[in-house]
Write a protein that binds this ligand. Structure first.
Ligand code: ZN
Length: 250
């Protein structure tokens, strides 16, 4: 059970960010919960920063085990972790980083059957996936349950990020109506996933804390090769099969 106040240790741990937003916002973070789906290149940095910032309950979801070729980017997993479940490897690091937060490790794949129960148990979802079919499932369930979703995708030295806030802006299928072809294996530089995973944590923290302006209806495009970041506006599609029926701002 999460305490409804910040201990002396917590006040000291979070001192530099409490300077930014005050104790009430910090307490709000402590009372919130987040689901990180995929504990790989995006989910590693995202979950590390969510834990460091003091998000009270962090649920990690990933059925896979750590492989040697993951280690150029999946920074929550280290060489001795090869062969371990990713959620257990990451949960151990997060608990050591911040024992004040509750970390749950779920070594399961998100499916049509379990998605509503798992997503329904948290305040916000971080899409740290590497495939479009699961992303589309997550988008659909988040819209249905009214849960904010932070989406990011990466490849090579490029990334994209958008916040889906049901009823307040476009959903993932407004942005990408049909799932792109799946790629079993694609090139990725660790820093690309690092940048985008940290940006996901930044958006998640802002939404949970009610602080700052989230990237709702705005797609951030990162080009690490040429050192450029652009933000373009994205509109809701009135005929979107997922969110078209919701009322709200375009
Ligand atoms: Zn939509």
């Amino acid at each position: 059970m999460t305490q409804a106040f910040l201990s002396r240790e917590e006040l000291e741990r979070y001192d530099r960010q409490i300077m930014l937003w005050g104790r009430d916002v910090q307490l709000k973070l402590k009372k919130s919960s987040v689901l990180v789906i995929g504990i790989g290149g995006l989910g590693s940095p995202a979950s590390i920063y969510l834990a460091a910032a003091g998000v009270g309950r962090i649920v990690l979801l990933d059925p896979q085990t750590v492989e040697l070729s993951n280690l150029n980017r999946q920074v929550a997993h280290w060489t001795p972790d090869i062969g371990r479940l990713k959620v257990e490897s990451a949960a151990e690091k997060l608990r050591k980083l911040n024992p004040e937060v509750e970390v749950e490790a779920k070594a399961v794949r998100l499916t049509e059957e379990n998605a509503e129960e798992i997503i329904g148990s948290v305040n916000l979802v971080v899409d740290a996936l590497d495939n479009w079919s699961t992303r589309f499932l997550v988008n659909r369930v988040c819209v249905k349950l009214g849960k904010p979703l932070v989406h990011a995708g990466v490849k090579g030295m490029h990334g994209q990020l958008m916040v889906i806030y049901p009823g307040k802006g476009p959903c993932l299928q407004c942005l990408i109506p049909k799932p792109p072809p799946e790629e079993e294996k694609f090139p990725i530089l660790g820093t690309t996933a690092g940048v985008m995973g940290v940006l996901e944590a930044n958006e998640a923290i802002k939404l949970l804390a009610g602080y700052g302006k989230p990237l709702i209806g705005r797609l951030l495009i990162y080009d690490g090769l040429n050192g450029e970041i652009n933000v373009i506006s994205v509109k809701r599609r009135e005929n979107c099969p997922i969110c078209g029926a919701l009322r709200g701002n375009a």
